[in-house]
Design a protein around this ligand. Structure first.
Ligand SMILES: Nc1ncnc2c1ncn2[C@@H]1O[C@H](COP(=O)(O)OP(=O)(O)OP(=O)(O)O)[C@@H](O)[C@H]1O
Ligand SMILES: Nc1ncnc2c1ncn2[C@@H]1O[C@H](COP(=O)(O)OP(=O)(O)OP(=O)(O)O)[C@@H](O)[C@H]1O
Ligand SMILES: [Mg+2]
Ligand SMILES: [Mg+2]
Lengths: 255, 255
């Protein structure tokens, strides 16, 4: 049985995709067979792992619509033990189509559960919204990882996100739990960032990872080379941080 | 007749809200009566202009649902001539409710057009998606301003956004035009940023504003004081850039 980990935050641009791709790569480097599900119509995780826009005929939309089997849509990446189920803009239509579907929040679980059995861990990269695509990820997930930029607007959305997790736990998925919050794009010289960090560590005592992901331009360059950070620049501060985060997460997931 | 300007980009965290709030404030400082419509369920523009979470009884969801008049939901801000129609998380439900509504993409126009007549310019802060909320903004807007972070993922989404604008222009709004692209969080020392800038200026010849908004921590601090940048730190590089952008935009809109 794989561990299903949703990477979610409705705030945009906080590092969800960067975390999915690089945490996934770090877990794969530890020999864990890892699947990343790109559930964002932007398809950034797919691009970051080298799936060109015209190679996404078999994608998450096609799997949910029933025209493709999940196992046929899952691809290997340049990193051993790391696989991706890609997305493209077709997926935006699914947000509307799911509205009238039966058991609409369980489409991910129903269509992906069997193919996921081959893996040790599944990471779901969620879009920047709490719509039906993200709710599908949360309804299937065992744990949720929340990337949090140390900024005011990002902190404002966190309380609402945690209430949403509680609602999903009471409703469609009783076993859902917060794995933790990881601070991203962290710049220790910035007073606001220090303030946000101390606020979050006080309010969410024990549920904020020790590892902070620093702002590191190499992390934003790597996707244009379609590589995870370890292939692009394994000595960068970004690579070291995601490796350290993967140690913390492998321990708390019992991987 | 006011000019309706949608501020849109499905990529998250590129500076849509920061641009709506501070461009709005800069246009108001020029004596233009300016309305900001917060159409993002996160409600960041409302927070950035000082509308506390428990003061949003009258909000965009209530206006679209027909339980509140737009004129009753529009509030003044600390900046003369700058007004806001706030949003809160209720608005997320509207994305689903609009699916089955008549002429679903024209709810904004139908419910907001009359109240907008009092203003010189209306700025619509869009959420990070191309769903029904953003499509409502685009169906009503005269012009679209696209904030673009000089990063690889943000550039990737631009082509799809421009195709969507074309589709809206052919479908629900023949008068829609791209006002232009504004580079945000720009760090000139960063090679990737320089590359993205030259790519965009080449492909979108003449449709990228000269003004670039620099990365400036004062812009990310101002919302925690519920102030536009001009009240928080009017000598900051962020304030100077948004003032310069407002000069370019006022000229091209004929304001
Ligand atoms: N630690 C970091 N240091 C520097 N740049 C980063 C870092 N993490 C992410 N980035 C860059 O910041 C931008 C936003 O990150 P990313 O796209 O991963 O966020 P996201 O939450 O997935 O965004 P969205 O809400 O649009 O899905 C990207 O251009 C990415 O390359
Ligand atoms: N020029 C800038 N310099 C520094 N920080 C900035 C700048 N512009 C925006 N920010 C900060 O970056 C973050 C993202 O900006 P903002 O929230 O305006 O983007 P957005 O596109 O509206 O995000 P979303 O997609 O979630 O709606 C915010 O924390 C904001 O304070
Ligand atoms: Mg993403
Ligand atoms: Mg915003």
């Amino acid at each position: 049985e794989p561990v299903i980990l949703a990477i979610a935050n409705q705030k945009g641009g906080v590092g969800k995709t960067t975390t999915a791709v690089n945490l996934g790569a770090a877990l794969a480097r530890k020999g864990k067979k890892t699947l990343i599900i790109d559930s964002d119509p932007q398809g950034n995780a797919s691009t970051g792992l080298g799936i060109a826009a015209d190679e996404r005929e078999a994608n998450l939309y096609a799997v949910l619509a029933g025209t493709t089997e999940a196992s046929a849509a899952i691809r290997p990446t340049s990193q051993a033990d790391l696989y991706i189920l890609p997305a493209n803009q077709d997926l935006a239509a699914m947000e509307i189509e799911l509205v009238d579907a039966e058991a609409r929040q369980f489409s991910f679980r129903d269509r992906l559960k069997d193919a996921a059995q081959d893996f040790d861990v599944v990471l779901i990269d969620c879009p920047p919204a709490l719509g039906l695509l993200t709710l599908n990820g949360l309804a299937w997930a065992d744990r949720v990882l929340v990337p949090l930029q140390a900024e005011f607007f990002a902190l404002e959305g966190l309380a609402f996100l945690l209430r949403t997790l509680d609602r999903v736990k009471r409703g469609s998925n009783a076993s859902l739990q917060l794995l933790g919050v990881v601070l991203t794009m962290y710049d220790g010289r910035n007073r606001l960032a220090q303030q946000v960090e101390s606020d979050v560590r006080t309010h969410l005592r024990g549920r904020v990872f020790k590892t902070k992901i620093p702002r590191n331009v190499r992390l934003s360059e790597a996707p244009s080379h379609a590589q995870p950070i370890f292939d692009y620049d394994e000595r960068s501060s970004g690579a070291l941080a995601y490796a350290a985060l993967s140690d913390e997460i492998a321990t708390s997931l019992g991987l």
